[in-house]
Design a protein around this ligand. Structure first.
Ligand SMILES: *Cc1c(COP(=O)(O)O)cnc(C)c1O
Length: 429
């Protein structure tokens, strides 16, 4: 692979030819998915476009190597280069977030959270987390997840009047239940997390505070959201959302908890680390330390604010009335269309979103009242505030068309969307 091929990412032309010869079915589906990612306006807030450099590292021969253990302490030979890669990744994570220890081996965000339980809790212990219907993650104690089955889980929520996390309730529940561990962070939280307030509550009841920054890690790294460092001694994250790395997970912690975390990840929970993803993460962390990523993170937030204001101007109800971060939760109740119908119609019109419950949703999770959107991916394509205004207009027209049952109107919007996306080449494609 020449240097020029490398800059085009993992799907270089020779590699693509090889894939087409070996497996034409997968090659053609991959090609179609690439085209879909190119031509759609991708508004799912947990998704992004990684760079060609991240693709090149994660789609590499590093997948061939087994490396159980940690740099310098492996159970397999031949780690000369793997050790150097993982150590670089660890050092970059520590420097970027300003933490004493980083474990970069979790396969994804959910396994990272499971490793935290294994490190600090016994089955049956009480844990406190944001309830799923109020924007929390499954792994923070929801009943269908192992975290709700193996632990005694208590959930806090948001206030009905403000749509913001009810910190009085967090304090009351912490005092009443004395949890071993308190989670802060979530998957559908449009507002800044008050890490200092959570830290005070955790300290007052002797609980371990864990910040799950899966959604906002890139904003934290880029200085567009306050950091939990100094408040939460343990921090978990995914690597593929706003952080714009390959799929994976990461645990950041104080030196005090380093050994417990490392033992929980391996040998407690996992076998060999996914070296190709760790290399891709190292590249992403290097990118995230640069000035252009800082600008990116701030633009993600500015774009979300612009999109929220454009939706408010069109009469949409937003949970908490707006956003401080990359994410917007629309309550469609007054718009006369359910979340699922809305998401389907928008997808047909070229706008990819996901339906979501809103706090106190009277509808079922499989067809809830809300729509979750966000700006990480569109900002990676270089879209700015004027494009957010266009997107809000398309969303509004598409939902209006859906209420009329006008599929042709949806297709017309789709054509306009495609025309606009051509002007914003997506990284890595
Ligand atoms: C996405 C997410 C996770 C889980 O990540 P996966 O990689 O999907 O397992 C965990 N916590 C939060 C808050 C998330 O948003």
């Amino acid at each position: 692979m020449g240097p020029q091929a490398a800059t085009r990412g993992c799907i270089t032309l020779p590699m693509r030819d090889e894939l087409s010869r070996t497996d034409p079915e997968i090659a053609s589906l991959l090609q179609l998915e690439q085209e879909r990612q190119r031509s759609k306006i991708r508004l799912i807030p947990s998704e992004n476009y990684v760079s060609a450099a991240v693709l090149a590292a994660s789609g590499s021969i590093l997948t061939n190597k087994y490396s159980e253990g940690y740099p310098g302490r492996r159970y397999y030979e031949g780690q000369q280069y793997i050790d150097a890669i993982e150590q670089l990744c660890i050092d970059r994570a520590k420097a970027l977030f300003g933490v004493e220890h980083a474990n970069v081996q979790p396969y994804s965000g959910s396994p990272a959270n499971l490793a935290v339980y294994l490190a600090f809790c016994q089955p049956g212990d009480t844990i406190l987390g944001l309830g799923l219907p109020h924007g929390g993650h499954l792994t923070h104690g929801w009943n269908v997840s192992i975290s709700g089955k193996y632990f005694r889980s208590v959930a806090y929520g948001v206030r009905r009047d403000t749509g913001r996390i009810d910190m009085d309730q967090v304090a009351d529940l912490a005092r009443a239940h004395r949890p071993k561990l308190i989670w802060c962070g979530g998957t559908a939280v449009p507002r800044i997390i008050d890490f200092a307030a959570f830290a005070d509550i955790a300290r007052s009841v002797g609980a371990l505070l864990v910040a799950d920054i899966a959604h906002i890690a890139g904003l934290v790294a880029g200085g567009a959201h306050p950091s939990p460092v100094g408040y939460a001694p343990v921090i978990t994250t995914t690597t593929h959302k706003t952080l714009r790395g390959p799929r994976g997970g990461m645990i950041l912690c104080t030196a005090e908890h380093a050994q417990a975390i490392d033992r929980a990840v391996f040998p407690g929970l996992q076998g060999g680390p996914h070296n190709h993803n760790i290399a891709g993460l190292a590249v992403a962390l290097r990118e995230a330390a640069g000035e252009s990523f800082r600008q990116y993170a701030h633009q993600v937030v500015r774009n979300a604010r612009a999109l929220a204001e454009a939706l408010l101007a069109r009469g949409y109800d937003l949970v908490s009335g707006g956003t401080d971060n990359h994410l917007i939760l629309i309550d469609l109740t007054r718009k006369g269309v359910t979340g699922k119908r809305a998401a389907r119609a928008l997808d047909r019109a070229g706008l990819e979103t996901n339906y979501n419950t809103v706090p106190f949703d009277p509808r079922k999770p499989f067809d809830p009242s809300g729509l979750r959107i966000g700006t990480p991916a569109v900002t990676s394509r270089g879209m700015l505030e004027p494009e957010m205004e266009l997107i809000a207009g398309w969303i509004d027209r598409a939902l209006e068309a859906e209420r009329r049952g006008d599929e042709q109107a949806l297709d017309r919007i789709g054509a306009e969307v495609r025309e606009m996306t051509v002007r914003f080449p997506a990284p890595g494609l």
